[in-house]
Design a protein around this ligand. Sequence first.
Ligand code: ATP
Ligand code: MG
Length: 420
Amino acid sequence: MRKAITAPEVIVGLELGSTKVSAVVGEVDADGITILGLGNVPCRGLRKGVVSNIEWTVRSIREAIDAAQTMAGVEINTVYAGVAGSHVRSQVSDGVCAISGREVTRADLDRVLEGARAIPVDADRMILHALPREYIVDNQDGIRDPIGMSGVRLQVRVNLVTAATSCVQNVIRCVERCGLSVADVVLQPLASADAVLSEDEKEIGVAVIDMGGGTTDLLLYADGGITHTSVIPAGGNSITSDVAAGLRTPMAEAERLKRNSGCALGRMISDDEEIEVPGVGGHSPRRVARRLLSDIIEPRVEEIFSEARRRMEETGLLEQLSSGCVLTGGATLMEGMVECAEEVLGMPVRLGFPVGIKGIVQLVQGPQYATGVGLVRYGAQRLAESEGREDAAALPERAAERTAAQGAKSGFWNWLRAAF
Ligand SMILES: Nc1ncnc2c1ncn2[C@@H]1O[C@H](COP(=O)(O)OP(=O)(O)OP(=O)(O)O)[C@@H](O)[C@H]1O
Ligand SMILES: [Mg+2]
C-alpha cells in the first residue's frame, strides 16, 4: 500500500536558461507548495536553450545553488532540471492494452503508456515525456481519467516529446559536476505552462508563449491535454541585438535601453518622447525619439508572434484555443507586449505569473521565474504520485498530468539505465 504524505519535503527546480540559471526551492506538504528561497545568477553557458559551455554552466549552477541554499537554509542534494532547445520535438503515438472486463487501475495506465512509448526513435534521441491527450475505453473516446471505468480494451493517445540525447546528457553532466543528483529532467516549456495556467484555461484550450532570452517556446493545450510544443529560435536577445545595431550602441546599453524604454507597439508612444543613446567607440551620446527604439523592436516582436500564429494554424487547433494566449518569460516584461500579441495572434492575451504557491512568493513573482516554479510543481506532482492518490488530490494538479509525470519518470530511469 502507498504511504501518505507525512513530512514536508524540499523540492528544487533548476532552470537552465539562455541568460540565467535559477534554482527555486519549495517545500511541499499536503497543503501545497511553500517557496523557501531562490538563487538566480546570469549564465552565458547556454545558447538558445542548449548547453554550449560546460565550465560556465557548472559555475553558474554552483552559484545559483549556493545562493538558494543560503536563502532557504536547507542543504540541496537533488534537483529537477529543465531542458529546452529546438532539438525538442513532439509526435503523436498510440498505446493499447487489454483490461478484460474489469476496472481500469493505475497499473493499467502504466502499461498502456509504456505501450505508447514503445515506438522506434532515432538512436541519438530519447523520449522525455509521454503526455496523454485522451484515453479510449472500448468505443468511448475523449476520456481524461479512465481509472475505475470498466471495459475490455484500453487505448491511449499521447504526445511523445523527444529530445537529443546528447543535449539532455550535457544538462545532467553539468548538474552532477556540482555534486548534485538529477531527480528528473523536464521540458522547460511544460514547467512554465504549468506554473502560470489555471485549470480552467487548460480545460478550455490555451496557448502559452514563453519568450526568454535565446528562444521563444510555444505550447498548446487543447482537447484537455498538451497537443503541441515547439521552439522558435529567437527571443529577447534578438531584440537587444537589433537595438544595438539599429541605434549603433553597445550591447549593454541596448539591453538597458530595451528594458527601461522599450515598447513592442510604436503606436503606444507619443511623438515627443525622447531617449538618450550612448555612442560606440567614444562617440558622444545623442538624443533620439523613443519611437525610433520601438520601430526597431516592433518588427522583431511581430515576427516572433507571427511565427507562433503560423504554428498554431498549422496544428489545426487555432479554433480550440478559446482561452486565448498567456505570455511568460522575461522578454514579455516589455511594455506593449500584450497589445502587440493581441494584434498579431488575433486572440485575448494576458501576462502569466507563477500561481498556486505560498511562502516568499514575491521572490519568484516575475514571468522569468515561471519555469523554476513549474519545475518545483512537477517535482511535487511526482512526490504526490509516489506517496498516494488521496494526498495527491490536495496538490494543484490533474490526473492526466500525474500520469504524464509518471510516464516520464519510468522512461527517464529506463533511459538512464540504458545510457550509463
Ligand atoms: N523589463 C524588461 N523589458 C524587456 N525585456 C526584459 C526585461 N527584463 C528582462 N528582459 C529580457 O528577458 C530575457 C530573459 O528572459 P528569461 O529570464 O525568461 O530568459 P531565459 O530563461 O534565460 O532564456 P531562455 O528561456 O530563452 O533559455 C532577456 O532577453 C532580457 O533582456
Ligand atoms: Mg527560460
